[in-house]
Design a protein. Sequence first.
Length: 149
Amino acid sequence: MAASDTLTSDLLELFRVVLQSARDTDRLLNLWLEKDLRLTMQDLSVLQSIAVGVEYPTDIAARLNQASPTVSHVISRLVGRGLVERERGVDDGRKRRLQLTDKGTTTLERAHDIISKSMEDGHFRLTEKDVTRTRRALEKYMKIMRFGA
């Protein structure tokens, strides 16, 4: 087998593992979050984006690599639950700036606690070093994939 064939096979296996781990992680986190908070990972991703300072729906959609209508639907659901509020942008009244409500902040904190406690139950043995190393490798992978597109 030529070196390029081996590399191609390795890359295809990497793609499979990345996709499967994303699906498995999404499924598991949805189970944990829906049980106690009636949240999905999409909900949590939007809440987390707002919490770190991403204020506009189009910016959240870009950050999450999601379609704007999908993110708008999630935002509407979160607004309806009283977790997020919209206010007119100062520089452009057509834009709606998003911010977490007190209830949204509390819910986000509870979600973090649920995930943290669930990870500590003994089934997961990822160290902080494992998480950091994996995150860095995946960020590099994402940069390469986006640059190649």
